[in-house]
Design a protein around this ligand. Structure first.
Ligand SMILES: NC(=O)c1ccc[n+]([C@@H]2O[C@H](COP(=O)([O-])OP(=O)(O)OC[C@H]3O[C@@H](n4cnc5c(N)ncnc54)[C@H](OP(=O)(O)O)[C@@H]3O)[C@@H](O)[C@H]2O)c1
Length: 335
């Protein structure tokens, strides 16, 4: 049996993405076959398209880390049945007409949510949830700074901070429009990195010279030294992205002295290469803490733009242009 899918001719630019056919996956024990209605884009898709982020062994080499749809077939599992509306996290394969997923990595799609909204949640929100609650263990008295705050992950972090009653939520981003947007989501302070030479003095003013308790960084090299200066004593930084690169190119080198003198904790993580067991535990915690908040409207997936699957090349270009506020979502083959 075959299915339609968005496939890659070879690694490189968006022109390599095409609609073709490939074998329809067959679920094994503990797996579910989902008829995909919608999926969302991630930076990881761009890197994979460029040949710089291969899927972990055992995962589909079709692009796509998150999707929503309808259960088509279950194999030896008890959590879902054919016809259920679901959404979930996969190690690959969401760009296909059908997608295989571990049953424990699927969540029931709340009745008030559309398939586009469901597809916009798993990767960004699980990444943000993991960073906020498991890695940084943010407490209400903590002041926090979120870099790339208008991104899919950033817009989820702002909302998690807001419902956790963080009183100082500083967001950095690259335009006035994005500043206004992240403020509307809950940032108490915003910094436009394109018009601010260094965020260090701004953070110092906002925190009465103390520095922030926690930084969520997705930018990497160009912010390293400023981040070191902006953290308070015993502060924590979680690094989950390296949008500006991984080597610090400062004439004075990389400041590692602050880690020692301020007793800083630096943590890094990627979600995709975590074990199935880890992802299962994370998803369970996320479901129990957050699904009700989505039901009540206190949390919401932020969708910037929805494209049709035939516009996949335009959608990749749009994400790469840094234009989006929140997620870029695709209506897939079965929409
Ligand atoms: N570790 C994990 O498990 C994991 C999982 C998911 C995502 N991530 C990472 O999380 C980050 C956000 O992902 P996403 O999908 O939410 O991103 P996204 O929606 O595509 O947004 C990324 C934003 O980052 C900003 N940006 C890009 N390059 C930049 C640079 N050189 N300096 C400063 N800002 C820059 C841009 O906004 P501005 O207009 O504000 O510049 C861009 O719109 C990415 O680094 C991604 O790789 C990590």
């Amino acid at each position: 049996m075959s299915m339609k899918s968005i496939l890659l001719k070879s690694f490189g630019g968006v022109e390599n993405l095409f609609i073709g056919t490939c074998p329809k996956p067959v679920p094994k024990a503990n797996e579910v076959l989902v008829k995909v209605k919608s999926f969302a884009l991630n930076r990881a898709d761009i890197l994979q398209r460029l040949g710089r982020y291969p899927p972990p062994p055992g995962d589909s080499d079709i692009l796509g880390l998150e999707m929503s749809g309808i259960v088509e077939e279950c194999h030896n599992n008890d959590l879902f049945k054919k016809g259920d509306r679901v959404f979930g996290l996969v190690g690959g394969g969401a760009y296909g007409e059908y997608c295989i997923i571990q049953q424990q990595h699927l969540m029931p799609l709340p009745s008030h949510m559309t398939f586009e909204q469901g597809a916009a949640i798993p990767e960004a929100w699980l990444t943000a949830f993991q960073a906020f609650h498991l890695l940084a263990q943010v407490q209400p008295h903590h002041s926090i700074m979120i870099h790339a705050a208008a991104s899919g992950v950033g817009t989820a972090l702002i909302q998690l901070a807001k419902v956790s009653e963080s009183t100082k939520i500083i967001g950095t981003c690259g335009s006035k429009e994005k500043e206004d947007f992240i403020k509307s989501l809950g940032c108490t302070h915003t910094i436009n990195y394109k018009t601010t030479e260094s965020f260090v003095p701004v953070v110092s003013d906002i925190t009465d010279k103390k520095g922030v308790s926690v930084i969520f960084d997705y930018v990497g090299s160009k912010y390293w030294n400023q981040n070191m200066k902006s953290l308070e004593m015993d502060g924590t930084m979680v690094i989950q992205g390296l949008l500006s690169g991984a080597s610090v190119k400062d004439e004075h080198g990389a400041d590692i002295g602050s880690i020692l003198s301020k007793r800083l904790t630096i943590k890094g993580s990627t979600l995709r290469n975590r074990t199935n067991e880890y992802k299962t535990g994370l998803i369970k915690q996320f479901e129990s803490k957050c699904l009700e908040l989505f039901q009540s409207g206190q949390l919401k997936p932020i969708i910037d733009k929805v494209f049709d699957y035939t516009e996949i090349q335009e959608a990749h270009k749009y994400l790469e242009s840094n234009a989006n506020k929140g997620k870029v979502v695709i209506k897939s083959f079965n929409f």
